[in-house]
Design a protein around this ligand. Structure first.
Ligand SMILES: [Zn+2]
Length: 527
């Protein structure tokens, strides 16, 4: 210090030094709408977690760091909680016409954005429906796809089971263009059922070629087969992406039969190969060992019996009883044994205690064979007894979760009572991240947030970052739990403590829903 700086210069330098030491002093007067204080930030990028405060103003994240004594209209103590971006569920159905209770179920599992119109079905008039949604916002952000099945339902009239005529192709393409211009995020197909099953690969590729000219447009597909021909079906999906030069998402990638579980690795390898060849292909999974139609199957149907056979009288002849026991034995062997079959609905009060147990559990408790347990269930409950078949491979699921290009989707429909509807994402975090340690927490959050945001071309969502929308979830990593089961599929999860959408508090585990509707319409961007 030279004497010519004098006393004023010294003071000034001292002040500058203080400010350098304590950057918060600069912001002592800052005031925010919300501060989430002292949480463990898992920011969506995949980088390791760190402790910090998050400040939100006017719907957006404006600061992340040590906010010291800064004030806010609402300060939330996030000590001990994970603070991360809201989950983006790219596998939803129900178009844009979600009821409030469906939206609430999504929010309660941490979902702040959903992509509807999957598996071939959507609203036809995307523009009209997005406008309606804009006028009457929901509690979370919503976007949609346009369904190939929907287009075909409306415009292929000449012969539904034959390839579309050139005129029919032209009008389907025109509507697809309209939907993409209105903001649809791509085309979805459902090739395992009508009318998608009648659509040959050439027609599909022709239709998907429209997507080439639209940035961020993606082909999402419920492939033609998830059983013995699953590998061919995966190849078909990859080929559509290659010819249209667009990314592909194979929805709910399942290997449904024990006999095709060993195709999991080859299937994943096909996806990896496509990626290496420069054609990005993703797939989604939900973390359960049973799929949609397997949750509440009538037991008689599962055993290939006729409904009228599931009556008490049928078994009153010894010869028939011997027959039926042999048949039950064959089926149980075919399906991997009684421990794969969970009892989900019964009529008789004497069997209620077995709800949630497997046939193997019941046999053990009653000291009878598995076949006799099945017969007892049928005799006393007739056609009312339902079961959940746990027919998917746990090992295969773990392999999929370990694969970087696997994303997650709830496949929520509200029509099928599957626990995935309310618990898919909490279950992933609880069972496969925390308990089984299949992937790290930051990686799971990355694939629930930033990866789908990038895929959809959402430039200001999916990360906790300054300038990004305040879609935020606070959850307790130690207690997060999916409580829904095949018996009680609507039981909400625990551990999700707070959900903010576009910077507004929508849900708080203590006080419930706030009554705010901050949801925005998500549209594909041309940038
Ligand atoms: Zn599907």
């Amino acid at each position: 210090m030279t004497p010519r700086h004098g006393a004023f210069g010294l003071k000034f330098l001292w002040l500058a030094f203080l400010l350098l030491l304590s950057p918060n002093a600069i912001h002592a007067d800052d005031h925010y709408d919300i501060i989430l204080k002292n949480g463990l930030i898992v920011d969506g990028s995949g980088l390791p977690p760190y402790k910090a405060d998050v400040a939100i103003n006017a719907g957006k994240i404006v600061k992340i760091g040590d906010l010291g004594a800064s004030g806010a209209d609402a300060v939330v103590d996030a000590t001990g909680l994970v603070v991360c971006p809201g989950f983006i569920d790219i596998l939803r159905h129900n178009d844009l016409l979600w009821t409030l209770s469906e939206q609430q179920r999504a929010i309660r599992e941490g979902i702040t954005a959903g992509l509807a119109g999957n598996c071939g079905f959507s609203v036809l008039d995307v523009q009209k429906n997005l406008a309606k949604l804009q006028k009457y916002p929901g509690i979370l952000n919503l976007g949609t796809l346009i369904g190939q099945g929907t287009l075909r339902d409306w415009f292929v009239k000449t012969n539904k089971q034959k390839p579309a005529t050139p005129q029919e192709m032209a009008i389907m393409k025109l509507f697809l263009q309209g939907a993409l211009q209105a903001g649809a995020f791509g085309l979805s197909s459902g090739l395992g059922y009508e009318p998608g099953q009648w659509c040959q690969p050439a027609e599909l590729e022709d239709l998907a070629s429209v997507l080439t000219n639209y940035p961020h447009a993606v082909y999402y597909t419920h492939i033609r087969n998830y059983r013995s021909n699953v590998l061919d079906a995966i190849k078909e999906a990859i080929h559509v992406g290659e010819t249209a030069k667009i990314p592909v998402v194979i929805q709910h990638l399942l290997f449904k039969l024990p006999s095709n579980w060993d195709q999991t690795e080859s299937g994943l390898r096909l996806l990896e190969q496509a990626d290496e060849d420069g054609h990005p292909v993703y797939a989604t999974v939900y973390p359960y060992d049973f799929w949609g139609n397997e949750v509440q199957i009538p037991l008689y149907q599962f055993l290939y019996l006729k409904p009228e056979d599931a009556n008490l009288g049928y078994y009153r002849s010894n010869a028939k009883t011997a027959d039926i026991l042999a048949q039950i034995h064959r089926r149980l062997q075919e399906y991997g044994g009684g421990d794969k079959v969970e009892i989900t609905r019964v009529k008789s009060k004497y069997f209620k205690s077995f709800l949630g147990d497997t046939i193997a559990d019941m046999a053990k408790q009653r000291k009878i064979s598995e076949e006799q347990a099945v017969l007892a269930l049928l005799v006393e409950n007739g056609e009312y007894v339902r079961i959940c078949y746990h027919g998917l491979s746990e090992e295969g699921l773990i392999k999929k979760i370990q694969t970087p290009f696997i994303l997650f989707g709830s496949d929520s429909t509200s029509a099928i009572p599957h626990p995935r509807d309310v618990g898919a994402f909490p279950r992933l975090l609880e069972t496969y991240v925390r308990d089984k340690r299949v992937i790290r927490l930051s990686e799971a959050i990355n694939r629930l947030t930033y990866e789908p945001a990038k895929l959809m071309g959402l430039k200001d969502r999916g990360l906790l970052k300054e300038g990004y929308w305040g879609d935020v979830v606070l959850f307790d990593y130690k207690t997060i739990r999916d409580n829904a089961t095949a018996v009680d599929p609507w039981e909400p999860p625990t551990g999700i403590k707070m959900v903010l959408v576009n910077g507004q508090l929508v849900y708080d585990a203590k006080d419930g829903f706030s009554g705010r509707y901050p949801g925005q319409v998500l549209r594909r961007s041309n940038d």
